[in-house]
Write a protein that binds this ligand. Structure first.
Ligand code: ADP
Ligand code: MG
Length: 252
């Protein structure tokens, strides 16, 4: 009791994602082994670890894109009996600066089942605007995707991942290529989203300075879970120092 800064609403701390003894082998070499992790409703959890630790591999396993051993199970938030939804925000994809596609077009392409017609209807525009409102991005609707800044693109991708609202939102290094101010904005937005919607957030990040302020729990991964706990506990752990090879007082 009372361990989480912001306990999830209505879920009594139930797990919505349970990973048990996850293992991944690629071409005979072991990438992940014995990874066990529970994600509770309403939590924001940071997945940290050095490059090549297997963070993205773990995310791909959760997304069902990676062959693995062990069990990954999902429980919809609030005991809802519908299909479990995962929202995913990738590392910044590159759009050609000359790409004529607008944010509105991108949304229409991604969220409509029917092919996009030459003119996007008025009601569709309203729908996209309301999605963008979740990330304070209404003003981006007519911008070309290739002309967006790193931070703006992340917000658009985040808005897309929230349509429809998922049970878990997963972000894999969403801050790479985003400046300090952009990171603050993104983290504040994630906190707001977590409060407004009944979802959990799992994010891969290298920005340790944000952890204490915004994250309930940190999980240190390097082939397996080396340690987990509050951000303060994990950042002060000997496992953290060893994983990032920080010697006597060295700061990186
Ligand atoms: P992280 O996201 O923590 O930086 P990754 O999950 O991307 O790490 O990669 C973990 C390890 O698995 C790395 O050593 C990487 O080279 C290897 N790996 C990942 N995907 C593949 C693949 N498709 N084929 C071969 N090796 C891979
Ligand atoms: Mg990665």
């Amino acid at each position: 009791m009372g361990m989480m800064k912001h306990p999830g609403k209505g879920c009594d701390g139930h797990c919505c994602l349970k990973i048990e003894n996850l293992g991944v082998k690629i071409d005979g070499s072991e990438i992940l082994h014995d990874v066990s992790l529970h994600l509770h409703c309403g939590e924001i959890v940071a997945l940290i670890g050095p490059n090549g630790a297997g963070k993205s591999t773990m995310i791909k396993s959760i997304l069902g894109q990676m062959e693995h051993s062990g069990a990954i199970s999902f429980q919809p938030a609030g005991g809802r009996s519908r299909k479990f939804r995962i929202g995913y925000v990738p590392q910044s994809p590159n759009f050609d600066p000359g790409d004529p596609i607008s944010v509105l077009d991108l949304f229409s392409l991604c969220t409509q089942k029917a092919p996009v017609c030459f003119r996007v209807g008025k009601s569709q525009r309203e729908t996209v605007l309301s999605c963008l409102r979740n990330v304070h991005g209404e003003g981006l609707i007519d911008k070309k995707v290739g002309a967006l800044s790193g931070g703006e693109l992340q917000r658009v991708l985040l808005a897309l991942a929230l349509e429809p609202v998922p049970d878990i939102l997963i972000l894999d290094e969403p801050m790479s290529g985003v400046d300090v101010e952009g990171m603050q904005t993104l983290m504040t937005m994630l906190d707001e989203i977590r409060r407004n919607f009944d979802l959990s957030i799992l994010m891969v990040t290298h920005d340790f300075s944000m952890l204490s302020r915004f994250v309930d729990r940190a999980v240190l991964l390097k082939e397996t879970v080396l340690t987990q706990g509050t951000p303060e506990e994990v950042l002060a752990s000997k496992e953290f120092r060893a994983a990032f090879q920080m010697g006597g007082g060295q700061e990186t």
